[in-house]
Design a protein around this ligand. Structure first.
Ligand SMILES: [Mg+2]
Length: 368
């Protein structure tokens, strides 16, 4: 059997052409990969949104759990989620990798196929990046740019006392998926891992079946566990939902749920100068979460403080409730009111009987 091709066989420039082989020029790209800088054009009247996120081996992911295809997808998905949280349209991405010298090229090919499949599913063009060698594991840095009309850009700072607090989708799935992996559950390979780099995803990736299961869908045992783990390893950024909500003009503030709804709503509260009450029994749970017999699934702390669901949390006046439901129905994604914004400057979580819930964890914090 021939030995796997290694990085030193192709060199840096060979690697870059492999990584970018499936990238196609997209909307607003005047000059893409291959010059000293990319040149892009915003659509008339649009403002530029920019965000960046790092994924580090053994901090954010483990190579033994995370297959390269889904790691590639996730490294872009978490960035798209930040553009979605502002109501923006994701457009262009830069990908920088620090790569251990002994990493097989096949791993990077599959990573790149995953990255480009997420890009194709959301109309994002890879327009540049950087590669270098790493002495301490794989490091992935993605910068994403998007655009939106100024009037439609949603910030964390607009929530008002009396607004309702909403979340899309279901919460706690990714955190429970992590508990399963930590407990030794073997994650199945992704069904779409063999897709070629340019295989187009559904134009509205918010409808991908892995995360669009209706709440009544019965899932249990291994199948349910695979769903929970897929929510961790291959999250669906709510890009189409974020844009639909932002352009509806019905919301006062929005954020994506990357560190748990308690922590992320906390950022809205802080920047809006308000507080809030989140009702534990209102938090939407997936069928797989509810069917899980894992000790962490009950009581449902993970739904309040578990990270990495990449859903959206937003606030809106109660009078907009019906119109919001109509927008969400069009998007094919559920949204649930889970609490109320208050003027108290404090965020509290209440149990179903009205007593105060003392959560053991207020979300993930890298430096605590
Ligand atoms: Mg965010």
């Amino acid at each position: 059997m021939p030995e796997l091709e290694q990085l030193q066989d192709v060199g840096e420039f060979g690697l870059i052409s492999r990584l970018t082989a499936g990238a196609s020029p997209g909307c607003g790209v005047v000059t893409g990969i291959g010059d000293d800088a990319a040149v892009t054009t915003l659509a008339p009247g649009m403002q530029l949104l920019t965000s960046t996120d790092m994924l580090l081996e053994d901090v954010h992911f483990r190579r033994s759990w995370h297959d390269p295809y889904r790691l590639g997808r996730k490294s872009l998905a978490v960035n798209i989620s930040d553009i979605a949280a502002m109501g923006g349209i994701p457009r262009w991405a830069l990908l920088s990798l620090a790569i251990p010298a002994d990493m097989p090229l096949d791993y990077l090919d599959r990573f790149s196929a995953g990255f480009l499949s997420m890009a194709a599913g959301h109309g994002v063009s890879l327009i540049g990046g950087d590669t270098c060698s790493s002495r301490a594991g794989l490091a992935i840095s993605v910068t994403i740019m998007g655009e939106q009309l100024p009037a439609h850009i949603l910030r964390r700072s607009g929530a008002l006392p009396g607004d309702e607090i909403w979340v899309t989708g279901t919460l706690g799935d990714a955190a429970l998926g992590l508990k399963l992996l930590e407990g030794g559950f073997d994650s199945a390979q992704p069904p779409n891992a063999a897709q070629p780099p340019n295989a187009a995803q559904s134009p509205n990736a918010d409808h991908r079946p892995s995360t669009a299961l209706p709440p009544e869908c019965a899932l249990s045992g291994v199948e349910g566990n695979d769903f929970l783990i897929a929510r961790l390893l291959d999250p669906t950024p709510r890009a189409a939902v974020g844009q639909a909500l932002a352009t509806s003009g019905l919301l006062s503030a929005m954020i994506d749920v990357s560190d748990g709804v308690l922590s992320d709503f906390g950022h809205i509260a802080e920047q809006s100068g308000v507080g809030g009450i989140i009702q534990l029994d209102k938090l939407p749970l997936s069928a797989a979460f509810m069917a899980s017999t894992h000790p962490s699934a009950s009581p449902n702390y993970l739904a309040v403080s578990g990270g990495e669901d990449y859903e959206l949390c937003f606030t809106a006046p109660p009078a907009h409730r019906e119109k919001i439901c109509r927008v969400m129905k069009k998007c094919g994604v559920q949204a649930t009111p889970v609490g109320i914004v208050t003027s108290s400057r404090e965020v509290a979580v209440l149990n179903a009987d009205g007593s105060r819930h003392h959560t053991a964890n207020a979300g993930y914090n890298h430096f605590s």
